[in-house]
Write a protein that binds this ligand. Structure first.
Ligand SMILES: *[C@@H]1O[C@H](CO)[C@@H](O)[C@H](O)[C@H]1NC(C)=O
Ligand SMILES: [Zn+2]
Ligand SMILES: [Zn+2]
Length: 347
């Protein structure tokens, strides 16, 4: 019973994490943030000052400055999963007569994913520069609702084009700004949203495929072992059916690393699939995450008193979201063939 309690707690924690992350992903004030702040406040009287400033510096470096930490973490986790898959699951799968073709799919997906990952990291997201500024300002009209004409970015000293935002981490204004992604150490903007979407898709496919192969292998292992029909003698000397719980326990004990990897993959898959779905939804309705948050009245950085526009939560009777929806295909086309100021000039 001890084992099952632990297992139930493990599942509960994982599912709660998924639910919380799905609900609050990307929001400015998350329960994690609030909890973290409260914890820091509670602990601060007892921690030496040097430790406080040290943690602060590390957190600042991690989340508020460009750094490759998360790229390395990403590659490390991926390396662990692929090592485990190659050295353990692959062999078992071959024993279970899985074809080489289906076993090679994860490696093909890895190549595809790495290519998009590379593009996300290295492509310019659409930095607003002095040279391109004149064209960039004309790309989108100011809606006088989320984006107001004539506002200047104090850092870049340039008039902000509509749909752009100054990324504090990269210290530059980015055209059609979506968000700054720490995993690719780059902003997601006009020129690389397409790579970001394809990257998300390929990571999901990768995690999902390895999880399916692994799950299939474990299922075969269970069927082969005949555990489902097995019986055991309990403390009172009576015969009992082994049952499902017995099988799960057996799998945990026989293939601990594989089962752990499967749990991790399912977790990653659910998380990323919901995140990818959110981003595709935004793409389909021609919105950036930045506009999505602003539209909800969470942030309105451009609020200044002026009779001709509304800020904050929309007045009642108005639609809550502000879409520039010209149809799904046109919206997606704009992501996959982004408007570029240079291109416009040529025409
Ligand atoms: C997307 O929205 C912007 C305004 O934010 C608009 O100027 C643009 O034409 C829209 N694009 C499509 C394809 O609907
Ligand atoms: Zn700027
Ligand atoms: Zn950035």
């Amino acid at each position: 019973m001890d084992f099952l309690t632990l297992f139930a707690i493990y599942m509960g924690v994982v599912l709660t994490c998924i639910a919380l992350v799905c609900k609050y992903s990307g929001q400015q004030q998350t329960p994690f943030g609030v909890l973290f702040d409260a914890l820091t406040k509670a602990v601060s009287p007892w921690t030496p000052l040097w430790l406080q400033s040290f943690t602060q510096r590390i957190l600042h470096k991690l989340f508020h400055q460009r750094n490759s930490m998360f790229i390395f973490l990403h590659i490390f986790l991926e390396g662990m999963v692929y090592t485990e898959f190659t050295y353990e699951v692959f062999g078992f799968c071959r024993d279970m007569d899985t074809t080489l073709t289906s076993l090679s799919v994860p490696y093909i997906l890895l190549v595809i994913k790495s290519w998009f990952f590379y593009l996300c990291i290295n492509r310019d997201p659409g930095t607003v520069t002095k040279k391109r500024h004149a064209g960039q300002v004309q790309l989108y009209p100011y809606d006088k609702r989320l984006f107001h004409p004539g506002l200047c970015c104090p850092t870049c000293q340039l008039v902000k084009p509509a749909r752009s935002k100054h990324c504090r981490v990269c210290n530059r204004c980015v055209q059609r700004f979506d968000h700054h992604c720490v995993w690719v150490n780059n902003c997601v903007g006009a020129q690389n949203t397409r790579y970001f979407l394809l990257y998300l898709l390929s990571v999901c496919a990768m995690a999902g495929d390895i999880a399916l192969l692994t799950g299939d292998m474990l299922l075969h292992a269970v069927v082969r072992s005949g555990l489902l029909r097995a019986r055991y003698v309990d403390d009172n000397g009576q015969q009992q059916e082994a049952g499902m719980l017995f099988v799960i326990q057996h799998l945990f004990l026989t293939f601990p690393r594989i089962v752990f990897m499967l749990g991790f993959l399912v977790f990653v898959f659910l998380l990323l699939a919901s995140y990818a779905m959110f981003h595709f939804y935004l793409g389909v309705v021609n919105q950036t995450s930045n506009e999505w948050y602003k539209g909800r009245g969470h942030i309105c950085q451009h609020c200044h008193p002026s009779p001709d526009h509304l800020c904050g939560p929309p007045a009642s009777g108005q639609s809550k979201r502000w879409f520039y929806n010209r149809g799904v295909l046109k919206n997606l086309k704009e992501i996959f063939c982004p408007l570029s100021p240079v291109h416009k000039k040529d025409n």
